[in-house]
Design a protein around this ligand. Sequence first.
Ligand code: SF4
Length: 493
Amino acid sequence: MASNRLDSAPSRSSDTPCIRGSSGSLASGTASEDLSPELLARYAGPCPRYTSYPTADRFTPLHADREARVANGSGKPWEALRDVSSLSLYVHIPFCRSLCYFCACNKVITQQYGLASSYLERVLAEAQWYRERVARVLVTQLHLGGGTPTYLNDGDLTRLVRGLGEVFDLRPGEDVEYSVEADPRVLELETLDTLQTLGFNRLSMGIQDFNPEVQRAINRICTPQQVRTLTDAARARGFGSISYDLIYGLPGQDVQSLERTIDKVIELAPDRIALYHYAHLPHRFKAQRLIDSDLIPSPQAKIDMQLAATQRLTNAGYRFLGMDHFSRPEDPLAAAADDGRLARNFQGYTLMPADALIGLGASAISYSRDGYWQNHHGQKEYATAIAERGEAICRGWSLDDDDRARQWLIMELMCHLRVEKRALELRTNTPFRQYFAADLARLRPLIADGLIRESAQDLVVTERGRWFLRNIAAAFDRHLHTGESAAQYSRVL
Ligand code: SF4
């Protein structure tokens, strides 16, 4: 993967945020002094990222070949795949040629291409397992993530997409999104040709930072010229959307160096930008032990970087979306934000949420209206499970009505920065203040700190609160406040 996205154990008017119709005014309205050291100290600690609800660390053992038993009931959430009318596919390709020290992804660093070839066979075998279990409906999103998906050679990339096409209804075109995460250090122009032929129309490149010193500290050297060449080549081949991943909080970064990176990025003019926070968890991720912890910026320095980067991007005309995404105003993602259609999934913000997602490959997570299921993380366990059973599901979660209501609420907060109480009352058949009494009690200090406002009709995240969306969402996470936490979440800052 191009960044170090991490969710959990297994991925906003003076005071009124307005993602709909706003054009950067939100970011420009927050000053560093609005975010005092005391405020940062209260909210900068570990917290889930809420790419799903419940978060993946809550998943419990789940086996497709026996009666499914999960902590909150029983069920096989993949059975709902028979009823879907649209589908997303995610394929995890974990292989990389070299190690980036900040990485928290499920990856395998190897020069032995044979490992990738045999892994591909397993992914295609896993796809076959779904043949009898999923309605033959249009795949509206296909996403190759990793690792480095383009570690696969062009022949194997073609074999992968053709193999998927034997099981799923793949029809490339303007109305569907075929996206691939690319490492600009190693992506060849011929591979872009192959991807274009296969129908890919979105390219996401991991940039992180252009500062050579920061790049050395994270062992990921990549020049702006490499990125420019690929960006131009992708555009010439008709890729309609080019996205860059950037990270702040990396070793050796400061506001000035990050601003220089942002200026180069603005010159290159990608359609979308994701600006992630670096989660330094060396006790959990071995690669991060290669980073000098003394070089990690302080929480105050990180918020200064985030503010400065956001200011520069919005001044350049980018729209600030959700928690950490930016898009050019003419990008469909901006229109989706205006219309209230912005959604969030494991890959970040999207405008095309399908009824279900099938994740293929080691550690991949799938979901349907009934819940989540996840594959074995390790290569060995994944390979054994596919050989023995044809699938590799090891854990998951069946959603109950309470989970569904909270899932909707948290996604509304993350995408639209507002929650309409009446909409929740219709979901819970209970007055809002009654149903969420414990949650509102947890929210009181955040209201007092000016992070969120409550009116008779709604809850609205303030501009200051936008920087602490994860904390606001956490107030409504029932599982976080009941039961044991097995997770070591990344820090908000
Ligand atoms: S290229 Fe590989 S090692 Fe580097 S960040 Fe992406 S997944 Fe991690």
